[in-house]
Design a protein around this ligand. Structure first.
Ligand SMILES: *Cc1c(COP(=O)(O)O)cnc(C)c1O
Length: 427
């Protein structure tokens, strides 16, 4: 299936080209212009890995063989996405059972597989910005992969210490840079790298953040897994709330809906960085400066996947009223974590934002799902502060928490970043 550059529609590429390139000319995002229609009931009856392979075959088309896609999915999706019941007709889709305890493992691990196919034997340098979990997912997905260097930029002091330890302690082919600035500045630096075509050429630079289409396609699969676990009698009443930052996760849910998955409504839940809820109300796109919140992986003022949401609306496959945009402030986030705990469910701020947004949106007779994007232990300090009770670390996290961070500091300057990248190549 061909993908089109949303900004420059004359530019059309295959799936593997899009995976290789990340972004198109003028920093345009690649996106399909039509969607495969599948036999949804048959799909929902299949096991997770087999079903996911069928979905990805339909999205990718015949550029990769069915056997290749089967193998990639089996390698990438080695953990479950269970639906945990929280209350009558409300569940959490737990996406945090992968190696870095966050939903980005799904996209990151499938992208590593796709990129290996796209690059063949060629050397690659992955440059990516993270507001928290992408970095860990990408670092683990590519750790010690032959021919791949990974460079991760993150905003210094603005992500949780544990989150940081998950990707700054690996070393080897993983370089981590603590940028003196916020996430939007990190993202802007990465964009500058991609604009430097000679540099991109010389180092075989590729991006790995949520703009890479392979991540998005992979994420479509767990929406099917969510609905497959909903009692059949409720399947036409499903409302899904997504804690959103760059809006990749929400876009994937909308793609699933465009492919025919019965999702009645998607709730785009943001923290105080509420560019999208304000835009949805007023029609004005007015990003403000990013503010730091408890749900720091969602501290994004200029979400880079939003043009894809607009594209789905323009294609007519998603109706405007199928999306609700809800802002949840810090007090309400705290309340959400506490209320969930009272219901017997230990959660963390990102999921709590989605839970509170869902509660505001849900009508009687509907079945609500909010996405659990990270394991509560990844936000140990925040959760312990909110609940006033200690929580245990899973073993993988306890191990790397004890290790030394290997990250280097970097001013928010393109010249400094370029210097680093060139040094890396000489090493
Ligand atoms: C990245 C992240 C989000 C936001 O997801 P987007 O696809 O960027 O909207 C939400 N929660 C957690 C824990 C994350 O790491």
């Amino acid at each position: 299936m061909l993908l089109t550059n949303i900004k420059v529609p004359q530019e059309q590429v295959s799936f593997l080209q899009a995976v290789r390139q990340g972004l198109g000319v003028e920093q345009g995002l690649f996106f399909p212009t039509q969607w495969p229609k599948l036999d949804i009931d048959a799909l929902l009856a299949m096991p997770f890995v087999a079903r996911s392979s069928a979905i990805l075959q339909a999205l990718i088309g015949d550029e990769l063989s069915a056997a290749d896609i089967d193998a990639m999915v089996s390698q990438a999706f080695t953990f479950a996405a269970p639906l945990a019941s929280v209350a009558d007709d409300i569940s959490c889709l737990e996406l945090f059972h992968g190696p870095t305890l966050a939903f980005k493992d799904f996209g990151g691990r499938f992208m590593a597989q796709a990129l290996a196919k796209a690059q063949g034997e060629k050397k690659t340098t992955i440059v990516t910005a993270t507001s928290g979990d992408t970095g860990a997912a990408v670092a683990h997905a590519f750790y010690r992969q032959r021919g791949v260097q990974v460079v991760i930029l993150f905003p210094k002091g603005k992500i949780s210490p544990l989150q940081e330890k998950l990707f700054t302690t690996l070393g080897d082919n993983i370089t981590t840079l603590a940028v003196d600035g916020d996430f939007d500045q990190c993202q802007a630096l990465v964009k500058q790298v991609f604009d430097d075509k000679p540099l991109v050429q010389q180092l075989g630079i590729n991006s790995a953040n949520s703009i890479n289409i392979s991540r998005l396609f992979a994420q479509v699969c767990y929406y099917f897994e969510a609905v497959a676990q909903v009692p059949a009698a409720k399947r036409q009443q499903v409302v899904i709330a997504v804690p959103s930052g760059n809006f990749g996760n929400l876009t994937a849910g909308l793609i699933a809906k465009a492919m025919g998955l019965p999702i009645k409504r998607m709730v785009a839940a943001t923290n105080s960085n509420d560019t999208v809820p304000r835009y949805w109300r007023s029609g004005d796109w007015q990003p403000k400066a990013t503010v730091a919140t408890l749900s720091n992986a969602m501290d994004v003022a200029a979400p880079n996947n939003w043009p894809r949401v607009e594209a789905l609306l323009a294609q007519g496959v998603i109706k405007r009223d199928a999306i609700e945009a809800v802002m949840v402030d810090e007090d309400d986030t705290v309340l959400g974590v506490r209320q969930l705990y009272q219901l017997g469910y230990l959660s963390e701020p990102h999921a709590a934002v989605a839970y509170k947004a869902l509660k505001r949106s849900l009508q009687s007779g509907e079945y609500g799902i909010f996405l659990g994007t990270a394991h509560p232990a990844k936000f140990k300090e925040q959760v312990e502060n909110i609940l006033g009770t200690p929580i245990a670390l899973p073993e993988a996290l306890a191990r790397c928490a004890a290790e030394q961070s290997l990250s280097k500091e970097l001013p928010a300057s393109f010249t400094a970043l370029k210097q680093q990248l060139l040094t890396l190549e000489q090493a």
